[in-house]
Each structure stands twice: as C-alpha cells, then as structure tokens.
Write a protein that binds this ligand. Structure first.
Ligand code: OXD
Ligand code: MN
Length: 583
C-alpha cells in the first residue's frame, strides 16, 4: 500500500532515505495485521505470552530498565520564538532542534522495518477529530497504536481527503538516554522522537499529538485539548451528566473514569468516555462538548484490584499488552496490590527478591482497547461528542485542599485550574512525592506558553453563557499519621453526586474565600467509616494555610511576566484579599 497524497508519499520517501530501513510497511489496522505483529514479536522476544488459559491474548513486554517513563527533561517545544513555548516548556530553536535530532535519525532504521501508521484522533467521522501519521521502527508501537487509536486504512482515507496531518517520526534508536530526544514543532505540526520505546515518548498520537501539538492547534482554532478523563454519571432516574476531570499523571483518572458504584448507591451507573485526554469544543448553541481522541487505555497497573477498580481488573484479563509487570510461577501477570498470587520474576525478568524493590515497576502499564471496558459508553463513538456539565480539577495533596469545592465563576475556575499542584508520581523519570504546580494537569503537556494558555481558557467566558461549572477535588488528604481521610475509589461517586447537584442548583454551598464547599450532611456518608469530625476536616479550609497558598500561586503566576493575563492576576489578588479579610 502507498498513498495518493503526494505530500505524505514524499515525506515517507524522505524519511526512508534518511533512516535507511530494510523494509517499509504501511499499516492497515486490520486484526490480521495485529496478530501477525504479535507473532513476530513473540518470535523475536519483544513480547512473551502470558498464561493463555487465564489471560487469553495477553502479552508481556519488558522494556529496557532505563526506559520506563516519560522524560520531561528531554522533551522540547521548538517554536521560532522561545517566548511562545514559555517557562513551562524546555525550548530549542527549530533549526538547531532539527539538526540535533536529524543527526540521531541518520541510518537509525538500518536493518529494521519502517512502519507507516495513519491514525485518526477521535471518531473517524467527527468534525472535531484530527489526523496524523506516525512513522516508527517499533512493532510494539504499532501494536499499541492499534489498541489505542483508530488507525489504518480508514484514517488514511480521511487524511487523503483533508490533505492535512501531523507528522510524527519515531525510532527507538539505541535506547541510550544520552541520545534520546522528544521534539515538538507545533508551528510545523511535526514531532520527532528518538531513543525511547516508552508509551508517552513513543506512541506519538497520545501526549505528543493529542496534547502538545493539539493544544497549540486548539488555541489557533478556538477549542481546548486537555489532560482530562470524560465520565458519564447516570442516576437511578436515567439522567446522565458528563463530567471532564483533569488530574496529573497517575492520580487516578482511569479509576474515576471506570468507577464501580458501591452497594450503598443503588441504581447509579458510570459510563467511561475517556480516561486521559479530552478535546473540548463549543457547539453553535454555546454548549461545551467533549470527544475522547483515543480509543484505548494506557493505564498504570499497580494498585488495580477488585476493590479499587473491578472494571479495569476484568478488562485486562484478555487482549491486553502488559509492560513492565512481574510474573507469577504460573505465568500470570502480577503487580503490587493485585491482592492475588505472588511474584516469581520481577519487571526486569529477574527472580523476584524483595530487596530489589517492587516486583512490578511503579509505572508499569496495561494497553487495552476501550471496547474491552465493560462500562464503555457508545457515545464515545459519537461524532458530536457529549455535553459537559462540570469541569473538575484535582491533585494529590496530603494537606490543604478540601475534598471538593466549587469555584465562584469561570474566571475563578481558571485560577483554580492554573493553581493546581500535586505530588509528583512515577509517570515521569524524576523525584516522586514532591509538590509541584501542574496547571490544569498540563504542565508536561501544554505545547505553548502557559500565559497564553490561561488567556485562551479565559476567552471562553465571552463566547458562551452556558459554560460548565468548575470544581476542584482532592481524594488524597491524610491525617498526621499518613492515613487517608477519604476512602476514595468507588466512594468518589458521592462527591460526583454533590457536583451534579450543584450543577442542577439542587444543593446549597458554604461560601468561603476559595469558593463553595459542601454544607455538613450534603455529601452522603451512609455506610461509610468516615466520622462527622473527619468530614468537617475534609470540607473546611485553614485560612492561614490558604493565605500562603495564594501567595505561592501569585509568585508562580508572576513568572509568566507579560504573558500573564491581567484578569488572572486580578483574580488571584481578589481571592488573596478575601482570605486576609477572613482571618
Ligand atoms: C499518561 C501520563 O501516561 O499522564 O497518561 O503520563
Ligand atoms: Mn496522562
């Protein structure tokens, strides 16, 4: 197969001349192609088969031990002007960046097959979807892209019709971290990634395209590309609200998107639309609508069990690629907190020894098609997306942030999002557990200056009078002994219910300088082992601590200098002043 689109054919030819593969293969996206690649990877050792009786069509990939997470320090946004990338990104001038990365691609595919993967982010027939083509020398990437995106012949047809696509070039190179670079050229709709086979660095449709490049395009075109799950919450009366939630990596987006309602909440149903990325557009009625550009999940495995996420536990029992988990003596996949079985070999293929650290890597992953999910919503395939009632920001904070609060209006909500902070996780190489600001959970993913990004968010206020309400949640509050105050997981439905009631003006709120908090008794705690005193801690604020927080947010915003929208600075000052008054 080749293409009728000359620009695409020319690019493929040029990449082949540069990287010198032994063979070129255009991917069709068929099931037979997937099976063929799996067979090939089983033969060459890229994959090994797991216990096929217990885990049919499940495979394990163990990556190089130095290649297990995203690498923010090697990830660049290469705009002509450094200011356009902003202090939130590493920047390199495009000319220098191309020169550096192109040198690494010289002959990089020698002796390898070069795969050409046309893909469509979003339903094939949606006007909100955008296409790309990834060229890679990794069969593992092709198989993951098959599970995660709508790729192959149908996507190529759309690309040939639209004549516009994001160009993504990837090679695993030699996996030397010194020769690893993840480069984005938003002005050229181009990505070049070399030296890593890890998901976020190598599956270019995901973070590189659907967030970094798409956020840049979205600003130009008047929409938003966000690091958000999309969930439908259906009440016992059959009324469904759709909520989009932005939490930093490894803070439970997949668990919330697939939540299993507890027995105390009979009749409630949860529908998953997406677990990581949302593209949000205003329709001609001013309603914000969301699509999930992906069609599969690349989720964190450790911690998944029948209590925390029964749906995910079932979903990854078949047709799943596991990366960097451990194995039991029966060749079943194993991870920390699985609650069944025991590790025999660890994620590096060594005999398991407690002294070597966790058996599964803390950032080990499952890749699975969304159709495996028992609560997958068919509306995730709808061209027009779903109407969003609430936007929810959140982070992992031991202290300070209450269980839930609602911003006073859109502008305040943008400040709440801009000020999101969270403890870092294993999803990125680097220190874990350090609190850092992660505006809208987009710190690693916004393809342009955060100052301009906040201005873009603020601009929606003038474009619609039907915008969703904006909330903030924190499932991770701890007491002084490090014990979580809120049970989380399925019980988070209780908080979503309060959010929905607020959206429908069915429940009051306690007004505070940081927004509206639940009144005592308004969050249902029936059958929960959470005392009224604990609820009081979870639903109140410490004004002194919040004064420091607002000062810290103010300092953080000021780093954006001229690009900081005046409205956001004023909003920060307004909240800071209200806190002074309240103390
Ligand atoms: C992810 C991440 O893989 O955010 O989704 O790191
Ligand atoms: Mn993510």
């Amino acid at each position: 197969m080749t293409t009728t689109l000359e620009a695409l054919q020319q690019w493929v030819d040029a990449v082949a001349a540069h990287t010198e593969p032994s063979d070129i293969r255009w991917c069709t996206g068929s099931d037979a192609e997937y099976q063929e690649l799996v067979t090939q990877m089983l033969e060459d050792g890229t994959l090994s088969a797991l216990n096929q009786d217990e885990y049919p069509n499940c495979y394990l990939h163990l990556s190089n031990a130095n290649d297990v997470a995203r690498v923010e320090h090697l990830t660049y946004v290469c705009t002509c002007e450094a200011e356009d990338a902003g202090p939130n990104n590493h920047w390199m001038a495009p000319e220098e960046a191309h020169r550096k990365v192109d040198a690494l691609f010289d002959g990089a595919m020698r002796g390898r097959t070069m795969y050409v993967i046309p893909y469509c982010m979003g339903p094939i027939d949606s006007p909100y979807s955008r296409c790309g083509v990834e060229i890679t020398d990794s069969a593992y990437v092709v198989a993951n892209m098959k599970l995660m995106t709508r790729m192959g012949t149908a996507a190529l047809k759309r690309i040939e019709r639209e004549r516009r696509f994001v160009k993504g070039l990837h090679s695993t190179g030699d996996l030397d971290p010194e020769r690893r670079l993840i480069m984005h050229f938003p002005e050229e709709l181009t990505i070049k990634s070399i030296g890593s086979g890890y998901g976020g660095n190598a599956l270019l449709g995901k973070k590189c395209h659907a967030l970094r490049i798409a956020s840049y395009q979205a600003r130009q075109e008047g929409w938003l590309a966000e690091h958000m799950l999309i969930v439908g919450v259906e009440s016992p009366d059959g009324e469904t609200h759709f909520i989009a939630c932005a939490f930093p990596s490894a803070c439970g987006k997949t668990n919330l998107a697939m939540l299993v309602p507890p027995a105390s909440q009979p009749g409630w149903k949860i529908w998953t639309l997406g677990d990581d990325i949302a593209w949000l557009h205003l329709d001609d009625q001013g309603q914000l609508r969301a699509i999930n550009p992906e069609s599969g999940y690349f989720g964190v495995v450790p911690g998944t069990n029948t209590k925390t996420n029964k749906n995910a536990f079932e979903m990854i029992r078949h047709d799943t690629i596991f990366t960097n988990v451990a194995r039991t003596a029966d060749n079943e996949p194993w991870w920390e907190d699985k609650k069944v079985g025991e590790p025999a070999t660890d994620w590096q293929g060594r005999e398991y020894r407690a002294g070597n650290g966790p058996a599964a890597h803390p950032n080990s992953r499952f890749t699975v098609a969304a159709s495996n999910n028992p609560c997958y919503s068919e509306l995730a395939e709808a061209a027009e997306g779903v109407p969003i009632s609430a936007i929810v920001f959140g982070g992992r904070r031991k202290e300070l942030a209450p269980l839930v609060y609602e911003s006073k209006d859109w502008r305040h909500g943008v400040l709440v999002g801009a000020g999101v902070a969270s403890e870092t996780t294993a999803a990125n190489i680097g220190e874990v557990g350090v609190v850092r600001r992660d505006s809208m959970a987009m710190k690693p993913f916004c393809g342009y200056n955060f100052g301009d990004y906040w201005a873009h968010w603020l601009s929606f206020d003038e474009r619609s009078d039907k915008l969703p309400r904006i909330f903030h949640v924190n499932w991770f509050r701890q007491d002084s002994d490090g014990k979580f105050l809120w049970p989380g997981f399925g019980e988070n439905l209780r908080v979503l219910r309060w959010i929905i009631d607020r959206c429908e003006d069915r429940v009051g709120g306690k007004e505070t300088p940081i927004g509206y908090l639940p009144n005592a008794g308004d969050i249902d705690t029936r059958d929960l082992d959470v005392s009224p005193e604990t609820m009081e801690i979870l639903t109140s604020i410490d004004v002194g601590q919040w004064r420091s927080e607002l000062a810290s947010v103010g300092g953080y915003l000021e780093a954006y200098g001229d690009r900081l929208p005046a409205e956001l600075r004023e909003e920060q000052q307004r909240i800071a002043a209200a806190l002074v008054e309240a103390s």
